[in-house]
Design a protein. Structure first.
Length: 297
């Protein structure tokens, strides 16, 4: 191997970690891939001869790249994220997968957390993601956000309070998740309204993100309440016949992909044996950039 090949090989050992950081920062699979690629370009221009801790350096750089992207996104956006927004999902099969993808899925964050992260200021999001999710010291994060370590700690603390106030996380038992999601699909296919209601938390929240161009019954919407969400599920019961179970951000969810073309992805939060949150992405433009493994095309 020449020096360039050795550097590329060392970078590849950290790619999974960098993808994980960037995805949590941006909530977008294509943007996360772009951030990782930009990190590689910066490393290739710099070289690694004088970098003592390559993993730490790369994590810091990808964090800085993501922070710049978040700030640019905030500057372009005229309106705040609305209540129908659903981040890009990470998809995977329920069957055994390759070790690298299995590690990524096991360390996945749920769509519910990503939705909360979208409400944070860019510096708060960076401080929380790097410190709370990847154990980066505040002394290393502070220069990225141009704050003191003490102020950076406060940024993470504010973000942490927002995350904790957002509600409980999903039941971690995949077998139990699968049982409930399968029962929900069966009830939808059979048009069993009472069974649907019984599987939903009384105050269940539904976000359906269809993008800006879809109108009519399939348009983006935010709904709350078991009866309202069950009625919506019955409207789209015909699509349940094409639904397949899959891992969606590390939890059991649903992919509607007739003939291999992904039309919608649903992630759920299951609490106390019932579905408490539902996140449906059916934006054709965004789904076209995903394959069944959740990676950018």
């Amino acid at each position: 191997m020449n020096d360039d090949d050795l550097l590329a090989d060392r970078f590849e050992r950290h790619r999974g970690q960098l993808r994980a950081v960037a995805y949590r920062m941006l909530g977008s699979v294509p943007e996360a891939e772009d951030a990782v690629q930009e990190t590689w370009l910066r490393l290739s221009r710099t070289g690694a001869d004088e970098i003592r801790n390559l993993g730490g350096w790369l994590t810091t750089v990808v964090g800085r790249v993501c922070l710049d992207l978040l700030r640019a996104r905030a500057a372009r956006r005229e309106d705040p994220i609305d209540e129908t927004f659903v981040p890009d999902p990470l998809l995977g099969p329920l069957a055994p997968i390759d070790p690298e993808e299995e590690l990524l899925q096991a360390d996945s964050v749920g769509l519910a957390l990503l939705v909360v992260l979208e409400t944070l200021e860019p510096a708060e999001r960076l401080a929380f993601v790097l410190h709370d999710l990847f154990a980066v010291p505040f002394d290393d994060i502070a220069p990225i956000v141009e704050r003191t370590p003490a102020t950076t700690r406060q940024l993470a603390s504010r973000a942490r309070r927002r995350v904790q106030a957002a509600g409980p996380s999903t039941d971690p038992d995949l077998a139990r998740q699968r049982e409930i999601v399968e029962a929900f699909l069966a009830a939808a296919r059979e048009g069993d309204f009472d069974a649907l209601v019984a599987l939903l938390h009384p105050d269940v929240a539904l976000r359906a993100d269809s993008g800006a161009l879809i109108r009519g019954a399939a348009a983006s919407k935010a709904l709350r309440g078991a009866h309202t969400v069950a009625e919506q599920a019955l409207l789209f019961a015909p699509f349940a016949h094409h639904a397949q179970l899959a891992l969606v951000n590390g939890s059991v969810g649903v992919v509607n992909a007739p003939e291999g073309r992904v039309l919608s992805v649903m992630g759920v939060t299951i609490t106390d044996g019932r579905i408490a949150e539902m996140y449906i992405l059916s934006d054709p433009e965004r789904l076209a950039r995903l394959d069944v493994n959740g990676t950018a095309r």
